[in-house]
Design a protein around this ligand. Sequence first.
Ligand code: ADP
Ligand code: MG
Ligand code: MG
Length: 210
Amino acid sequence: ESRTSAAKVTEILGEVRSLLEELEPELGRMDAIAGDGDHGQGMVLGIRAAHATAQRATEAGAGARTVLVQAGASWSAEAGGTSGALWGAALTSVGSAFSDQEKVTDQQIVTALVQAVEAVERLGGAKPGDKTMVDAAVPFRESLAGAGGAAGEAIAVAADKATTAADSTADIAAHKGRARTHGEKSVGTPDPGAISFSKIVTLLGQQLSA
Ligand code: ADP
Ligand code: MG
Ligand code: MG
């Protein structure tokens, strides 16, 4: 059973990798408006490292917990940038909520995602309205908290909230990260980290509903 979960985790990371490779130019263009233009590149470096590590660990017989904890460490190490540190911590946090021995349950997945967003909030220190990924992640977390039943459906509903919130970041000026020095320029363009977050969790909802 643990092998099934580890293989599923690795398969989903492969899907996220394809998504981010496709989004790379668009995320880069968004980040170039008020940031340094490397968000697409950073996310692709991170997910490629995370996916490769997950493949190796799964082949070596590791369970879901170890696969995700190691994948998170690889993401942080290879991606660089603010988002790299935060996504690495998020993956490691999700893994920490799972077991290596038993099959991952729907309730564990929901709890793990809530805790991963809390880790991002704690580490980054950003608040909703600062125009960061937290603007999308907090409505996602709030929608998931208390959700029961099928994880895929609960994540899909929460991902729709994240998407609406990510799109709305276009209306505000950035305060955190590099964007804070060019905040006014960012009005009219959504935050790239909020957009990548919403796209990833939308894909996750689809993958877990299938
Ligand atoms: P860098 O800013 O180091 O170049 P990236 O371009 O990969 O890193 O990521 C930029 C994204 O990181 C921003 O669009 C924003 O969503 C997110 N971000 C920046 N600072 C924070 C923070 N303190 N907390 C949460 N997210 C942040
Ligand atoms: Mg950047
Ligand atoms: Mg950078």
